[in-house]
Design a protein. Structure first.
Length: 150
């Protein structure tokens, strides 16, 4: 089984999925927002997914924006039609990271727009996968930092 990653963009919805070992994320598609739910349901019928992770856009202070409300509504509509759990993933700085990767690869940012949301979905999913594989960080106390913790 694998995990599906979703990035809800301003014009398209990007999809990615993990490999069966849930180690690596790969881009799948960019879908028009108007038909995204139907196409996601079709994707779910073609492959077995155990989980969906969806980017939650917030501003740098962690405050919801209008896009946050749009993404929450999209998730609610999708949840009403599927039986797969959906988890939120903080997607702050994802767009910036993808843009920097495109520039480093010599890709024109304007010409790369058609693949931007699936690239962002891939970054979101990869971050989730990496977080699942990493052991929890030791507490500050165990690392010898005790000043100001009480």
């Amino acid at each position: 089984m694998t995990i599906l990653g979703i990035d809800y963009g301003s014009k398209t919805v990007g999809l990615s999925h993990s490999d069966p070992s849930e180690t690596m994320a790969f881009p799948v598609a960019n879908l028009p927002r108007q038909t995204a739910i139907a196409q996601i349901i079709a994707q779910l019928s073609e492959k077995t997914y155990r989980l969906i992770v969806m980017g939650l856009p917030r501003n740098m202070k962690g405050i919801d924006t209008q896009m946050t409300a749009d993404v929450r509504a999209f998730r609610q509509e999708l949840e009403g039609q599927i039986d797969i759990p959906i988890e939120w993933v903080d997607e702050r700085l994802t767009s910036s990271l993808v843009s920097k990767q495109f520039i480093a690869a010599g890709l024109n940012t304007r010409k790369s727009r058609p693949i931007k949301d699936s690239a962002e979905a891939t970054v979101i999913l990869q971050g989730y996968l990496d977080g699942q594989k990493s052991p929890p960080a030791p507490s500050l106390e165990k690392r010898g930092f005790t000043e100001g913790l009480s």
